[in-house]
Design a protein. Structure first.
Length: 424
């Protein structure tokens, strides 16, 4: 992985990717969609610099490569680029223009701003590169992410809802306004399902345009049928029932949009159901097997090797974080204690997953090369969140964390024990 220069201490924000399991297309006409955020998303780091009135931007892909870099002056961002310009720089300039027009005070006079956006998934996967960026910039500015994203990218807005959620949602548009509810959904049958990338990225805007051109009348009636299927899937307790519900969903959407379900075309010989996710024709599909052995092998035989167990990619409730083998010598990447709690006044942690944790051994470490063990304390309930190294640096200057001394602690999360940080 390329060596990336360290980023100055500042603020850090996190957004999650997105997948829509039910409700594609018809969500635009009021259908209730089952939307699930993905574990990988995008991070944004922001720092104030001494470069007067210059904003420097850097975008990194999941492999650490800089795929976009540019500089903007305060004066240049007062003029909004034409909508016909679809270049990365123009789209970013329009987003920044929207943010700075409504929230000008986020850029101090006489100072510069430095941004680094880091993707946590391959940008060809269609998990929400643009939507997560809209969400992150809105989180930084305190703006409405739905309005910012709609102005530049359009769509239903479910991807914005996912960006700020730590688990599944039922999402709906009512008179154009987003309504969504966080739900506790993680059925046991999902452990046998897989998410497969079809090897090509689908343009959401093009998919919506085709839907509008080809869909007939009675869309609200079809939307009600999707509502029933979504509700049935949420209640499904076995994989056979779930597969049948998703097969019916595919048939309905195929009928409405005049498209052939992927399970009747590319994967007609698959034993089970293959469900398109989002705009049909690209990005991910969900495979729900019914007697199919070696699901990854089946799709590999079709040249598709990007295949994940569904529960590995989706952000679902009541999952143990994959931290059972963390080495205490690793540089700390967890935060424990009151500063990690998901409170309303903890806005800097918005978008992070929170896990219940118990304090075990308390170790005050002045020199990180040595780790003298202090007394064994009592079990104290608390909250644990993931932190990037940049966020640890930011905590040292955080208004709540800055005056305190950074220390190591050992905590228990489920059956695992890990090293975390605490500011005392």
């Amino acid at each position: 992985m390329p060596k990336v220069p360290p980023f100055p201490a500042g603020q850090s924000f996190q957004a999650r990717g997105k997948l829509m399991l039910t409700g594609e297309y018809l969500v635009l006409d009021g259908a209730k969609a089952l939307a699930v955020p993905t574990k990988p998303g995008q991070r944004l780091q922001v720092a104030v610099t001494n470069s007067p009135d210059v904003l420097h931007w850097e975008s990194l892909d999941v492999y650490g490569n800089v795929w976009f870099e540019g500089a903007f002056t305060r004066k240049s961002l007062k003029k909004r680029p034409a909508a016909v310009d679809r270049s990365t720089k123009a789209r970013l300039a329009r987003l920044l223009n929207s943010i700075l027009t409504t929230h000008p005070l986020i850029w101090p006079r006489g100072r510069g701003l430095q941004f680094r956006a880091t993707l946590e998934f391959d940008h060809t996967w269609g998990l929400g590169t643009s939507a997560t960026l809209s969400y992150l910039l809105s989180a930084f500015a305190g703006a409405n992410p739905f309005e910012i994203n709609q102005k530049e990218f359009g769509g239903s807005g479910y991807d914005i809802a996912c960006a700020g959620s730590d688990g599944p949602l039922v999402y709906q548009l009512m008179k154009g306004e987003p309504i969504f509810e966080r739900i506790d959904w993680n059925p046991s049958w999902l452990k046998d399902c897989y998410l497969i990338h079809l090897g090509k990225k689908q343009n959401s805007r093009e998919g919506i345009r085709n839907y509008r051109e080809n869909a007939g009348a009675d869309l609200y009636r079809y939307a009600e049928e999707v509502d029933e299927l979504t509700a049935a899937l949420l209640q499904a307790t076995d994989i056979e029932t779930a597969g049948e519900i998703l097969r019916k969903h595919e048939a309905l959407v195929g009928y409405v949009t005049h498209q052939t379900p992927v399970g009747k075309g590319l994967f007609a010989d698959f034993k089970g159901t293959v469900k398109s996710l989002g705009a049909w024709g690209g990005d991910f599909v969900l495979a729900v097997p019914k007697g199919q052995e070696d699901v990854p092998g089946y799709f590999a035989s079709h040249g598709l090797t990007t295949c994940f167990p569904a529960q590995d990619l989706l952000a679902l409730p009541n999952q143990k974080p994959p931290i059972s083998n963390v080495d205490p010598s690793d540089w700390p990447v967890f935060l424990y204690g009151p500063l990690a709690e998901p409170r309303m006044d903890n806005e800097w942690l918005q978008g992070h997953l929170h896990y219940a944790a118990d304090l075990l051994n308390h170790m005050i470490i002045d020199n990180y090369s040595a780790a003298p063990i202090a007394h064994r304390g009592g079990i104290v309930p608390g909250t644990l969140v993931y932190l990037s190294p940049e966020e640890v640096m930011a905590m040292d200057i955080h208004p709540a964390g800055g005056p305190y001394k950074r220390s190591h602690v050992r905590v228990r999360v489920g059956d695992a024990e890990v090293t975390a940080l605490v500011w005392k």
